[in-house]
Ligand binder design. Structure first.
Ligand code: ZN
Ligand code: ZN
Length: 301
């Protein structure tokens, strides 16, 4: 999990993967489409090749090479679709800003629905029983060497004015999965933490860090503080509708990490679908025709 977040918990990396899905292969393709500096692009491409997401192959043009998605890279389509869908539905301004997606299977514009792969029925956060597995703990799930915060929602006017995509394509997703403790805070909420002390214990983080992450999640509208008779309870937090909808993104990221970057001592999280009792593996169905989505059936309108 930590390896997956270290590799993908960075918006440039996700944007590079996104453009690789829609036809960018050469360095200049990425450079033209993204408002990115040469040093950052070079470093991210190298990290994605190192992490096995992209393959560097010889081009038909002598002396050049291209970047193509590996099998693990292609397998990121569910995560990208989940992020796109969540930002569209739950983040202000994104519905008009992000492209529409079309399901080739039914020809309609759609939103994906998270399902259990074993029984092919819809599954939300409450339908899945999850606990830490052998390699799971929040100390382990923290990406190595990463401790930066992104300003939440701040967009530079230069990036907004340009047609190239800047590092603000998925601003709120990145505020949540792109910083050291935030993804762990979300994971703790999905594992049922509601009291400040529970977050503190599950994260094993100093109280000021826990307080800071919880405050930013409340600002993002991912958590709220239930009201008692005398106002909001400042020590209790619960996932909002917007927060619960992030379950698909978290489950896809976790499943991808387990498939492609497995820990030698077993999975980080063991999850079962309550309705069928099988191990929970996330899959996406078309919200219109309800058929399971395949990567080659998803297109931009
Ligand atoms: Zn099931
Ligand atoms: Zn469909």
């Amino acid at each position: 999990m930590g390896a997956a977040l270290g590799l993908l918990g960075d918006e440039w990396s996700l944007l590079i993967v996104r453009h690789a899905f829609i036809g960018a292969t050469r360095y200049v393709d990425f450079k033209q489409r993204l408002a990115i500096s040469d040093s950052v692009l070079t470093a991210r491409l190298a990290a994605l090749v190192d992490g096995g997401v992209l393959r560097r192959v010889r081009s038909t043009v002598a002396g050049r090479h291209e970047y193509v998605l590996s099998r693990s890279g292609l397998d990121l389509w569910q995560l990208l679709l989940g992020i796109w869908s969540w930002e569209q539905e739950h983040v202000d301004g994104q519905a008009s800003r992000l492209p529409q997606m079309v399901h080739a299977g039914c020809g309609r514009r759609f939103r994906p629905v998270l399902c259990c792969a074993a029984c092919a029925t819809a599954a939300a956060v409450d339908d899945v029983e999850a606990t830490f597995g052998p390699s799971g703990s929040f100390a382990r799930s923290l990406p190595a060497g990463r401790n930066r915060r992104r300003p939440s929602g701040a967009r530079s006017s230069a990036a907004a004015a340009s047609t190239a995509e800047g590092p603000d394509m998925f601003p709120e997703t990145m505020a949540i999965i792109g910083s050291r403790w935030s993804s762990a805070t979300l994971g703790a909420a999905f594992l049922g933490a509601t009291r400040f002390s529970e977050f503190e214990r599950l994260l094993g983080a100093p109280p000021n860090i826990v307080a800071d992450r919880l405050r930013s999640f409340v600002e993002l509208g991912v958590l709220d503080q239930p009201r008692g008779t005398d106002g909001p309870d400042r020590s209790s937090y619960r996932l909002t509708v917007k927060g619960r909808a992030l379950f698909g993104v978290a489950a896809s990221l976790l499943a991808w990490g387990e498939r492609w970057l497995p820990a030698p001592d077993g999975p980080a999280v063991v999850a079962a679908h309550r309705a069928c009792g099988q191990a929970f593996r996330p899959e996406l169905a078309c919200g219109e025709c309800r058929r399971m989505l395949r990567r080659d059936e998803v297109g931009i309108a």
